[in-house]
Design a protein around this ligand. Sequence first.
Ligand SMILES: [Fe+2]
Length: 267
Amino acid sequence: MRFLHLSDSHFRENYQTNDFTATMFSKTQNPRLALEQLLQNLPLMDYDFVLLTGDLVHEGQVSDYQALRKMLDHYLPTTPYFFCRGNHDRRAVFFEGMGVEANDSQEYLNCTEIRGLRIISLDSAQDDHHEGKISDGQLAQLEKWLAKPAEKGTILLVHHPLAWEDPAIATKLPAGFEEVIAKSDIIGIFVGHIHQASSGEFAGKKQIMAEALSFGVDEFPDYSLFTDRTGYTSCSLTEGKLYTYQHLLSPQQTELGRMDKPIIGNH
Ligand SMILES: [Fe+2]
């Protein structure tokens, strides 16, 4: 099976109506155009499905999500795509915009299976914090879903990294979460949020972070450096083994801006 891991598209119909994106992106160079160009040029027939690990839209409205879905449905007419919610996907508009149901805690959780491979989406986005958190309720649901192994194993989608070198950035997890992941049939944890292609390990499982489709971030002790670096990951599941390939869309980087730390609130 072959699939794509796309992340942090930060889609908006209009980038000039948001202070952050108006500073970051010009009218002629914005993530929407980059996403469309990528989808136009990919040999999508070669991929069984597409993953989108959050920050689908940047602080948008229902209409932004509808425009994103229209673009995805246009370029992926027969290729299913699966997604999770990021910290810039606002709870109040995400569900209607993406046409999905919220659970009782207003979280987006999903479990589906494609040709024996189970795909689970968790919801790590908090309303008032930049970093992620998994609720107790999500752990209980995850445990139920994972109770019976899937034929080809499970991949997990979550916007925030479950493990990260800087503990201030790692996701807050409920007690027992790590043990549930460790004993599960999970073969890969697909994440975004940091805007930097990387790999890590959580509970003995591979964690794969895609480059962002919108802008790149390099982390330094006192600031986050924003650049025009963008990219995505293509993946292969062959005889139970997961292989990932990172692709840069804009290999030449120029600085777009910096953000001082600590980050207060959720920009
Ligand atoms: Fe993001």
